[in-house]
Design a protein around this ligand. Structure first.
Ligand SMILES: O=C1O[C@H](COP(=O)(O)O)[C@@H](O)[C@H](O)[C@H]1O
Length: 260
């Protein structure tokens, strides 16, 4: 697992644009090196902001969208097409505007899908889909994602791993059903920390003053049970992409003085 690196941008718009530029480069490089790329998307304001910025960037033409696998770090367990589902919001922000291969868009199950309202069965099904995509050279039962994106909640949650809930303690399963989430809706699906840590790179996004406490806590030695964001690490890189408001509580030693 890698130590966190921190990059601070002036504001959330610039952070989204810079993260989008970074992601385009990563995808293009992975496609050049391995033929395809895999990215795990996040929900939330910062994740959707990044997707919208990517959609607005002329450089999006550099990506071969048909050779991109998309997965999700978490999902609100709601009916297909529900406006609060992370996949619905991602489609609106970007996915409907690019030429993806539908077979490579791995949305998490909906509550009115083939598993009905059984969130545990839905979690097992998504874990099986991940396992089928994993290669022998990968690290465990999930693919080696090129980039795994995570929005950081004001309470330090990432994906749907909330402080002190059972999901953040999971050490075996790659995907779990979550009940009793403090942020609505209460029932969700989430990758676990072991699945997140299989990614080559984990990028955590946080902008706005309501995220400052969470960022300070996660980057100042809190444990992953109290601050799940602290446990989200990539195998090759762990990158925190922040705006100044979210970084306000961090000691300057944590990020280079040259950050504009
Ligand atoms: O509910 C969720 O919240 C987090 C954080 O969202 P934000 O709007 O506070 O940035 C998000 O990362 C997660 O995917 C989503 O389901």
């Amino acid at each position: 697992m890698t130590a966190p690196q921190v990059v601070v941008h002036r504001d959330k718009e610039l952070m989204a644009q810079a993260a989008a530029a970074r992601l385009i480069t990563k995808i293009v490089d992975a496609q050049a090196a391995r033929g395809s790329a895999s990215v795990v998307l996040t929900g939330g304001r910062n994740g959707n902001g990044l997707l919208a910025a990517l959609g607005a960037s002329p450089a999006r033409e550099a990506v071969d969208w048909s050779r991109l696998d998309l997965w999700w770090g978490d999902e609100r367990f709601l009916p297909e097409g529900h406006a609060d589902r992370n996949v619905t919001q991602a489609r609106e922000a970007l996915l409907d505007a690019v030429e993806l291969d539908p077979a490579r868009v791995h949305a998490m199950p909906a509550s009115d899908g083939s598993h009905g309202g059984d969130v545990d069965a839905a979690a097992e099904a998504y874990a099986a889909e991940l396992a089928r995509a994993a290669r022998p050279e990968n690290h465990g039962a999930v693919p080696s994602f090129d980039v795994l994106l995570l929005g950081v909640g004001p309470d330090t949650h990432v994906a749907s791993l909330f402080p002190e809930l059972p999901a953040v303690r999971e050490t075996e399963r790659m995907v779990v059903g979550v009940r009793g989430a403090p942020k609505p809706p209460p029932v969700r699906l989430s990758l676990t920390l072991p699945a997140i840590r299989a990614a080559r790179e984990v990028w955590l996004l946080a902008a706005g003053e309501d995220k400052a406490r969470a960022v300070t806590m996660a980057l100042s030695g809190a444990g992953e049970l109290q601050a799940p964001a602290a446990g989200a690490r990539g195998r090759r890189r762990t990158l925190w992409l922040l705006d100044r408001a979210a970084a306000a509580g961090l000691p300057r030693e944590l990020y280079p003085p040259a950050s504009p």
